[in-house]
Design a protein around this ligand. Structure first.
Ligand code: WT7
Length: 700
């Protein structure tokens, strides 16, 4: 089914009912404010609509340009906005070379291997400069890559990943990094879509205490690319331990090469950074769709780099003297923007951790923070929930002090936010809840850390220069403070937005602009709001509460309930560690919520009591309309390797449907356990089920 149909048929009905109480606010400390990068409230005026689009030169001026831009925003071909046209720059130069004068002996990256016996490794700006040059020489002179070519990189969290990305950027080669946890099949499809003829791999990496054979997935990738009509000429393989091959897959003569061996021919080589047009693509980042093939989000060089640099400075509060740790994976947009490009453009020290946060225990992140004296920390609600569940008191045992923390990627339940604030942040750190997407390049909504109050569970208002608006299905604006949710849109273009979907201009227009475009002939950006695909509501103060993807809501007897709202209620129950809500078909009410919970360790209460308490809490906090059909207590939730709970799988089990492909889950075995618990022994169901349930939780 076409995704646009899901959206419209879902949202066409009643507006989402929202019953979420306002949270009390928290204020940044005087100590934080005194040192902050962004403490001048005039920023709102500088970035107000009357100064648009010129306001964004404030970000572009943080970069070093080879040629100045002629025009800030070119709107001649809507909605394919062009930024800083005529300008030339090199992203690698901005992230590496320009820091040498002041910071050559400062760590650019600190790599923390998963095994605790392996000490962290600091790589200075001088050293990263040397390595990036050698790799760029190899890519150009050995792999034959030149500006505009695409290369697919399927690598885990090791420093060679950002080094390879920066080497590509030095040459103007467009990198397409595929998250290391994706299968070879997924990698091959993306390589084919982007037209890559070179794959860059790692042989192995540590995860959960085991050395994973990664190179074996390259065989599958090459094969699946070939099936799509794309030949792979070369597979370049970084070895986790140079000289020692960590995979059982044979190297294919003439196709596969160990990078450590090839690099011997390029020692000490220097490559001039290539002057790239501001509008030249810097990278592709594939994001999966509900149906069809994944979309290659195409990011530009100048606008993107300016946007992530400016937002890293103002909203992450990064300075060269900080030790900044974003625990995301570089294989996602968060890692590209806020581990690699933004922080390095600012001359920061960016930490890269190889492994899982709870290896060997839930204390690991806090041990790392103490050892490296990390003062800025960035992670997702899923990780926070997991660490909270597995080690509620652990952060207190370690001597670290964050000045700033970020939460990103999903709505965070106020209960979880408060733990993050009080226990991880020790009441000292400011928190930003940043809302954005793969497509947006950088943050769109966030509080300004030194200037705004924090509200648990809410992403902040639009960041300076971003004007969010909520529309209903009839293009009517939902007023701030109306208590009604609708579709979150951004009224204006910004420099971080993707240029297009690789090779599919039509899909770009259809996906993001068709729905709310006022006039397809218009060259005025005001007629082209960006449709984000999220349901949200705006409080009177402009803060946004994100309800999740517009296909992530449950329609109960004609009332739409945000699943996050129910989950948040469950989490206020003492015994509950994690909660997931899915729609289950009900012959009377259409759909009803079914609740899956996992419990904190050592819970004494009987399962029946906990279930009753959950139902009671939901009735009290939301109303009888939201009463769950059943509450299932499960040992663990099915999760992707990036840690998101797979609600789609739970929805399929609840509805006796085919669970689909679960091979990429972090814990596929849990699925059968839950199925037996919910459905009893007996044959595995293969029923197709209704479209909305089938697509539930599959974030586009
Ligand atoms: C979707 C985008 C943001 C980079 C990582 C994910 C959800 C993102 C928040 C937030 C509530 C959030 C939205 C969005 N989302 N940030 N702070 N609060 N929801 O990028 O994979 O492209 O996912 O993540 O639903 O549309 P992505």
């Amino acid at each position: 089914m076409d995704q646009s149909k899901i959206i419209s048929s879902e949202v066409n009905e009643a507006q989402i009912a929202v019953h979420w109480k306002e949270e009390e606010i928290y204020r940044p400390s005087a100590k934080f404010i005194a040192q902050a990068n962004l403490k001048d409230a005039s920023v709102m005026d500088r970035f107000s609509e009357k100064n648009f689009p010129g306001c964004f030169t404030e970000y572009a001026e943080m970069l070093t340009w080879i040629e100045p831009w002629r025009e800030i925003l070119d709107t001649s071909d809507p909605p394919f906005w062009k930024w800083f046209t005529g300008g030339k720059l090199n992203a690698c130069f901005n992230c590496v070379d320009r820091h040498l004068e002041k910071y050559k002996n400062k760590a650019a990256l600190i790599f923390v291997p998963e095994a605790e016996e392996e000490a962290p490794v600091a790589i200075t700006y001088q050293e990263i400069y040397a390595r990036v040059n050698e790799v760029a020489a190899m890519l150009r002179d050995f792999a034959g890559l030149t500006s505009g070519d695409r290369v697919t990189i399927h690598m885990p969290m090791i420093p060679e990943l950002p080094i390879t990305m920066l080497a590509c950027a030095r040459l103007g080669v467009i990198h397409s990094v595929v998250f290391g946890g994706f299968s070879g099949e997924a990698c091959g499809l993306r390589a084919a879509d982007s037209g890559s003829r070179v794959l860059i791999y790692a042989d192995s990496y540590y995860r959960g205490g085991k050395l994973i054979d990664h190179k074996s997935s390259a065989e599958v990738a090459v094969e699946s690319a070939r099936r799509e009509g794309q030949n792979i000429d070369k597979v370049l393989v970084w070895r986790r331990y140079p000289g020692k091959y960590g995979s059982v897959t044979p190297m294919v003569e003439g196709r596969d090469f160990f990078v450590d061996e090839v690099l011997k021919n390029f020692r000490g080589k220097k490559i001039q950074p290539v002057a790239m047009d501001a509008e030249a693509p810097l990278f592709l980042m594939y994001t999966s769709g509900t149906t069809g093939k994944p979309k290659g989000c195409q990011h530009r060089t100048g606008g993107y780099l300016a946007y992530v640099t400016g937002t890293s400075k103002y909203f992450q509060d990064i300075k060269p003297e900080d030790v900044y740790w974003c625990m995301a994976d570089i294989g996602w947009i968060t890692g590209h923007s806020y581990i690699v490009y933004g922080p390095l453009a600012l001359g920061a020290t960016s930490v890269i951790y190889e492994g899982v946060p709870n290896y060997p225990s839930a204390a690991r992140p806090w041990k790392i923070a103490e050892r490296l004296d990390v003062n800025i920390f960035h992670t997702s609600p899923t990780a926070i929930r997991m660490l909270r569940k597995a080690g509620f008191d652990e952060p207190q045992k370690y001597d670290f002090h964050f000045k700033h923390m970020t939460t990103v990627g999903e709505p965070i339940e106020p209960e979880v936010w408060k733990w993050y604030y009080e226990v991880v942040g020790k009441g000292e750190a400011v928190i930003v809840d940043t809302w954005w997407q793969t497509e947006t390049g950088g943050f769109l909504c966030s509080t300004k850390p030194a200037l705004d109050a924090m509200k648990p569970g809410s992403a902040g208002p639009g960041v300076p220069g971003i004007y969010p608006i909520i529309y209903d299905e009839d293009n009517q604006e939902m007023q701030a403070g109306s208590g009604k949710a609708g579709n979150l849109c951004i009224r204006n273009p910004w420099p971080g937005i993707i240029q297009t979907i690789w090779g599919d201009r039509e899909r770009f227009v259809r996906q993001y602009y068709q729905k709310y475009c006022r006039n397809p002939q218009s060259k005025d950006w005001k007629d082209w709001p960006y449709f984000a695909g999220d349901g949200a509501l705006m409080a009177a103060d402009g803060y946004l509460r994100i309800l999740g993807r517009v296909d992530d809501v449950i329609n109960v007897a004609g009332h739409r309930l945000g699943t996050k709202e129910l989950e948040s209620a469950c989490l206020t129950v003492d015994e509950v560690a994690e909660a997931a809500v899915v729609p289950v078909v009900d012959e009377i009410k259409g759909r009803m919520p079914e609740i899956y919970i996992s419990l904190k360790p050592g819970i004494k209460a009987s399962p029946a009591d906990v279930k009753a308490k959950v139902t009671q809490t939901i009735e009290t906090m939301i109303g009888k309309i939201a009463r769950p059909k059943t509450v299932q207590i499960v040992p663990d939730m099915p999760k992707t390797r990036s840690g998101k709970i797979m609600r789609r799988v739970l929805a399929a089990i609840s509805n006796h449907m085919n669970v689909g492909d679960i091979s990429t889950l972090a814990n596929p075995d849990i699925v059968e356990q839950i199925r037996v618990q919910v459905q009893g022994q007996g044959p595995v169901e293969t029923q197709e089920g209704p479209e909305d349930v089938k697509h539930f939780g599959t974030v586009e």
